[in-house]
Design a protein around this ligand. Sequence first.
Ligand code: C2O
Ligand code: CU
Length: 443
Amino acid sequence: MKPAIHTYELIASEFDWQIADGRTIKAWGFNNMVPGPSITAKKGDTVVVKVTNNLRESTVIHWHGIRLASNMDGTDDVQSPIRPGEAFEYRFEVPDAGTFWYHSHENETAQMERGMYGALIVEDQSDPTVDNERVLMIDDMKLSGSNEFRTGNALQRWMERHDGREGETLLINGKVNPLISMRAGQVERWRFINASSARYFRLYLGDIPFRIMAADGGLIEQLEAAKELLIVPGERYDILVGPFTERQRFTIDSLPYDRMTFVKPGHRHFATVEVGAEAPSQASLPSKLRDIKALAPQDAAVTRKVKLSVDPSLKRIIDFRVNGALHAMDKPVYVGELQVWEVSNTSLMDHPFHLHGFFFQVLEVNGKAPAYRAWKDIVNLAPRSKVKIAWMPDNRPGKWMYHCHILEHHEAGMMAHFEIIDSAKGANDAPSHKPHHHHHGHR
Ligand code: C2O
Ligand code: CU
């Protein structure tokens, strides 16, 4: 099949958005909806998105998880912000099937909190056949009794900066406790995207087993049975649910996850599922979903260390740092040189580490191999933990970054910029005889 070009128009503005009966907020988002329109394409297609900014402040849009060219990554490093009244056209190929998303990458703690995000779904013939699919975007909002975005006093703001912003208004696809109706006897693919600023969503269907089928970068190798699943900010997981029986009813919940914050976690209820009349199932689920070749052995030598820390600070009491610096500048990486990074978290709280533009494989967590192999662009770092990841800088030189996906920590400085250099082009600081391999996608 010939690759198609999909053209979308996203208009960012402020609008009234109803999150529940009688509850309307002043949202910021795209095309007057939260989440914004879902962008869908097939693997190998081209997506063109014209973003028009009708907000009163600048924005840029990041295409989270897409392996695109650096100049389309939608950060301040690679483009000038889209100012009020201006537009910018993004154009990129979508080389991988999976569950991705787009979101504001400017003043995120306000823009994303108010709704500037949407799903980007890439399909492929290799996707197993299911009876139905849903995208479930998880979010929470911190609202006052009159449904205003609440800021609080200086101490509360300080705590919010420390913890990341969590609110008690829990949303799935922009709605409070939506009702999800499905048919008995059917198997559905649910694509979860955690779009919240800081909430650790620990998926739980009231003890009903489900099967994990995909992570950030698409299908995993085989279905993994589970009854709960941690989905941290920015992360995606696709699960298979069903078949259920007629009149079965359950809730989509989040179990408490203690990430060592001031605000203590609890069991939360996000949506209700109701099972209707039986329908025949077309689902066919192969035992092998995909082959994922190991990028490196578990004991591969570390090529770089990245340290996330929370340190005392004279000016702000605490600082959120990468390798001891705020908004750090990390060393360049060369095209074709396998990266094995040891990411450590010396702090006493969790941080979801996110790498832009590339998928990595987790080789080990605190010295142990993970339960199964997956392509990831986010990995959670528990307090005082170490994760070893491997990734291959394919031929997309330019400016990239990595950061904590708790938006308040990212804003406070827990991030680093770095460059990918095509050594074959003889960049100034490139050693003369760097090996250079051509990677036509390493998947
Ligand atoms: Cu979804 Cu820079 O992040
Ligand atoms: Cu963090």
